[in-house]
Design a protein around this ligand. Structure first.
Ligand code: GDP
Ligand code: MG
Length: 303
């Protein structure tokens, strides 16, 4: 490891990419570290489609977190775009985090990815999340097994939900980052705009309110975002879905479903922005948008 020469500042900065199977708790972890809700958290798998850049600056260190979409087998065009983002997150990383659920055995996918990450020669930290769900005496054997099989730079048991072990993680990451001045202003939390978070909040509410099929074929675009003097901010969001039948479900009987999405979303948006807003929601159909290059790009996926 390099040490700073006299004329270099004593500061470390770099990129940290987080990988792991859906639902292991990556978004929860990132949100806890950053202290605010940046990345969409949902009980359903595969909801994080964007490469989310969360920035944690503290004590002469800046960690830039990439909350990556899972490394999926490319199927839909949308998944291919996500796969590319994941590859970029490996290439950009100074530290790779691989998260697993402490109570679940490693499956074939975990093993393949771990071997692949180790082979990059970049430092890999394995986080054993959700230790609140298992017996204490189960942790040590698990650490020993992973240590023997993969020899990562570190293995840290945590509970993202209960905020256990997070200081150990940031301490360990700090030691692994290169000496460098910060990349971003230290008060910056993310590169994404408020618009982006507003659309994510609405998308999250759709996940909470509907079954499997609807959320995966739905995306949210902020069509208008207007700050108004002496009046509430005006936000017009369009929910795009793939079929008329889905549009019908999203709107519901006499608009009841859409009303519910709107009310729940507005509450969360107001919490996030810390001010009242006027939220208008429309539902539109864009047939097979997930397979259409132009739409996927227009809706903000990929680069
Ligand atoms: P991701 O798909 O990896 O981003 O996972 P999420 O962060 O969306 O979390 C998936 C689910 O696991 C959510 O219901 C979380 O509340 C839950 N979860 C995350 N971390 C923990 C933890 O440390 N303990 C427990 N019991 N649940 C957790
Ligand atoms: Mg996630």
């Amino acid at each position: 490891m390099k040490t700073p020469s006299d004329n270099q500042i004593n500061y470390r900065a770099g990129y940290v990419s987080i990988f792991g199977r859906p639902n292991v708790g990556k978004s929860t972890f990132l949100n806890r570290i950053l202290g605010i809700k940046l990345s969409i958290v949902s009980p359903k798998p595969q909801t994080t489609r964007h490469k989310i850049l969360g920035i944690f600056s503290s004590e002469n260190t800046q960690m830039i977190f990439l909350d990556t979409p899972g490394l999926l087998k490319p199927g839909y065009l949308l998944q291919k775009v996500m796969m590319k983002a994941a590859e970029a997150a490996i290439a950009d990383a100074n530290v790779i985090i691989y998260m697993i659920e402490a109570g679940k055995p490693l499956n074939k996918e975990d093993k393949e990815y771990l071997l692949r990450f180790i082979s990059t020669k970049k430092p890999v930290l394995v986080l054993l999340n959700k230790i609140d769900l298992i017996q204490k005496n189960q942790v040590l054997p698990l650490i020993e097994k992973i240590s023997q099989d993969f020899k990562p730079e570190g293995i840290i048991p945590i509970s993202a939900l209960k905020r256990d072990g997070l200081a150990e993680v940031t301490g360990e990451i700090k030691n692994l980052l290169p000496y460098s001045p910060p990349y971003y202003p230290e008060d910056m939390l993310t590169e994404h705009s408020e618009r982006f978070f507003v659309s994510e909040i609405i998308r999250e509410q759709i996940f909470y309110l509907f079954g499997e099929e609807i959320p995966y074929s739905t995306t949210v675009v902020i069509d208008e975002y207007r700050e108004q003097k002496a009046k509430k901010d005006y936000i017009l969001a369009i929910i795009y879905t793939e079929r008329d039948s889905q549009k019908g479900i999203l709107i519901g009987k006499k608009g009841s479903a859409l009303k519910k999405i709107g009310a729940n979303s507005r509450k969360e948006i107001e919490k996030f922005l810390a001010k009242p807003v006027y939220l208008e929601l429309w539902v539109k159909v864009r047939e097979k948008w997930r397979k259409d290059k132009k739409s996927v790009k227009q809706f903000g996926y990929g680069s």
